[in-house]
Design a protein. Sequence first.
Length: 264
Amino acid sequence: MPCVVVVLEVAEELRPLLYASGRRACVHGVIRGLPADPHASLGHVVQSVGVPLTEVGALRRCDGTALVPSYRPAPDEVVRVMPLSRPQLLVDPRFLLDVHLGALARRLRLLGLDVAYRNDAADDDLVAWARREHRVLLTRDRGLLLRRALPRGAYVRGQLPDEQVRDVLTRFAPPLAPFTRCLSCGAWLRPATREQVLDELAPGTRRTATRFTRCAGCGRVFWRGAHARRLDALVAAATARISAGAGNVAASEVRRREHSRAGR
């Protein structure tokens, strides 16, 4: 079967996602002589080098013409693969994390985000779960993001939980509500009196703690304990990150409007 040779110009932000073969073939962001089935879509060609379409903001010809993933590339056509612009705002920010992101799940729940997580969920279960509850699947597994059945997903950048939190917050800029969700199951926390939880507390906690909450889902009791300062610091850093992101978006919008007026 004859092949169509495609040239991809991959934006710098997307190059870490390339498969090893793609990185070897990528010179200054350009992958030349990429063979493709003449019946293959542009989206298939892009994903064949390791870049999930969930991470692509735009596909364009060199003249700026926008292309859709279903487009069939012409022989020797050059296509620019552009990253998503941030933040990628969601109307209903609900997330599902794969089994390798347990620490990230707890930190996002600490910030009050609606996060579903199970440490024994198979890949097929995750895709079905994301579809059923209309959640964005967060993962570092490109194979999951390449699944056609997955409605929405995002690649999480960073090896450490702090880096991953930073990536999720700068990408989606979700509204935060710290200390309102259970770290274990993600359900809402409700105020509880000392008398209501007294029998569930250790003697030391009975003497020192005064304010309590109980999870409406699993019933776990929470209070400000030895880790309070560390958790406060995590929340403060995340809140500052969201505020800074909002300021950057506002500044970009001002610059865009000024540029638009100048061109009139």
